[in-house]
Design a binder for this molecule. Sequence first.
Ligand code: NAD
Length: 466
Amino acid sequence: MTTISPEVVRKVVAEIVREVAARSGTPTVGDGVFPDMDAAVVAADVAWRAYLDCSMKDRARFVRVIRDVALQPEHLEYMARCAVEETGMGNVADKIAKNRAAAEFTPGTEDLVTEAWSGDDGLTTIEISPFGVIGAITPTTNPTETIINNAIGMLAAGNAVVFSPHPRATKISHWLIRTLNRALVAAGAPPNLIVTVSAPSIENTNAMMQHKLVRLLVATGGPGIVKAVLSSGKKAIGAGAGNPPALVDATANIEKAAKDIVDGASFDNNLPCTAEKEVIAVESITDLLKFEMLRHGAYELRDPAQIARLVDLVVDGRHAVTDWVGKDASVILAAIGVEPPPGVRLIIAEVPFDHPFVRVELMMPVLGIVRAKDLDAAMDMAVIAEHGNRHTAIMHSSDVNALTRMAKRIQTTIFVKNGPSYAGIGIGGEGYCTFTIAGPTGEGLTSARSFARRRRCVLVGGLNVR
Ligand code: NAD
């Protein structure tokens, strides 16, 4: 008979308890989850100091580990299901696509490019170096996507990271942070490169923002948290709210524009900050555009009483009602007494320009459609509807001059031409993926180099061979 040592039994039992606790959401400590913010930051700082001794090859390997963990089919499925269950927002299929994009298309160490000058006086380089411990605040709308995306970029740049997840996404954020930590340690990384606290809260986020060992803050969320990090006295990257307009002019391929808008605006039930939030269409093509949208899974509310009921349900002043954010179109329709047609993905309603379906960032599959008398009027409206967030805009047109004029006027970080909004974050469009789009602070679509410091190394009088 084989005997199993008590040590092995203890380890296996501890592993099972941890896994069960992680999956049930019970706050337990370990694998990067700490009882308080100070302990989390100090552990991340110790990890970062050990990480300084790892090679660039090690870093690239650890980035590969993060990608591999996230891309395991059962992990993609678990993250998507758990996030939908815990936050009550979004849909599983699209969350899988978002997590996959974050894992596959977020740049790694290759993003860090050294600049050099050489001449009679020697060789000088600008090295893209880590900040140290980064405090990263993540949203409820893309909980795991942002952790995967930020973790890859931040670790690629040589940092450790303390995450402050949204309290309503605690369970899935804990699971991911633990799973990543275990895999990283198994691959030889210092423990606690990615940490958090057992009970995420605004108080803990404030403690993180004030902690002296945190050298850079990265906030992905609404205006409140962006303002908070920018007022912290530390270097901060703010990735804030959007309200992306989709403008359609008379030269557009209307059927394609309609499909692209329905696809983009219904993606993960409109949760992405980049998703189409209102449509401004020139008058001559508005009816055709709506007709084509209905053919591609949209449902039009025409009765003013129903539209008013929907406004009462989902809008509270200048904000969306959280309970309805990211809900399925069919659930929203049923709530206002409309029998949802099979396969409905998006609710549309033609509304005046000053309507809440245009002005409020709803983050649900409800899209206001505004009729503009001509292209100039449409551009004026789109610029106003975007609220100066400098986030994302979409335009459907085959007029290069009109596209150029609009891009110059609206000044958004992302401008998608003739495609669904998600093409702008590397899903079906060229370019890398990010879930932290820093319009307010100007880093744009963040990647490893955004989370790094530029340091000059000067060697005097040598190594110039020209
Ligand atoms: P949110 O602002 O409610 O929360 C974001 C994070 O900030 C959470 O972790 C939350 O706990 C924290 N937080 C919020 N206010 C805080 C405060 N005063 N002090 C300390 N912590 C605070 O946003 P959300 O509902 O989770 O996400 C949706 C918002 O985020 C939308 O406005 C969306 O446009 C924006 N967003 C932007 C990007 C981007 O890349 N620019 C990406 C995703 C989401």
